[in-house]
Design a protein around this ligand. Structure first.
Ligand SMILES: [Zn+2]
Ligand SMILES: [Zn+2]
Length: 155
């Protein structure tokens, strides 16, 4: 007999995803996965911990990292490493999207597959290597940091 999870539907959904991935369902895992799912993506462990804590109560950063590692290894969460910054997490959609990272503020935005479907580019590798996906990071400066306003002159 299972009681309704605290936190309602997102938690129940998270529990279903954990079960489907073959992971043991714990409140911490549910809460962190729900926090990732409910965010727009690309949050770091500290921000996710803040959100998950509303459900779990006390939750250490180390415990959050442990949960995120398990979720990433299970293929539920995608982890993006940015040199010099904490890793960012988002729901793994297996859409082979890439990232644009701002060199100044480290803001991340998704970049769709460059051409067609995954892996969407042809690496120079011997034919024996089977490539399934590509993860590309485009580095640059975001509009906020450039001080750019939306270009309305052509509209
Ligand atoms: Zn920026
Ligand atoms: Zn992304």
């Amino acid at each position: 007999m299972t009681r309704p999870a605290p936190g309602g539907e997102p938690m129940a959904l998270a529990a279903a995803h954990l079960r489907a991935a073959g992971l043991r369902v714990t409140v911490q895992r549910m809460a962190v996965l729900a926090a990732v799912s409910e965010s727009a993506g690309h949050l770091d462990a500290d921000a996710l911990r803040e959100r998950a804590r509303r459900v779990t109560g006390a939750l250490s950063l180390q415990a959050t990292y442990n949960v995120l590692r398990a979720l990433t290894e299970a293929g539920l969460v995608r982890c993006t490493q940015i040199p010099g910054h904490p890793a960012r997490y988002e729901v793994e959609h297996r859409d082979n999207h890439h990232h644009f990272v701002c060199l100044r503020c480290a803001a991340i935005r998704d970049v769709e597959c460059t051409v067609g479907a995954a892996p969407c580019m042809e690496p120079r590798l011997p034919a024996e290597y089977e490539v399934r996906e590509a993860a590309v990071t485009f580095w640059g400066v975001c509009p906020d940091c450039r001080g750019a306003r939306p270009d309305t002159s052509s509209m």
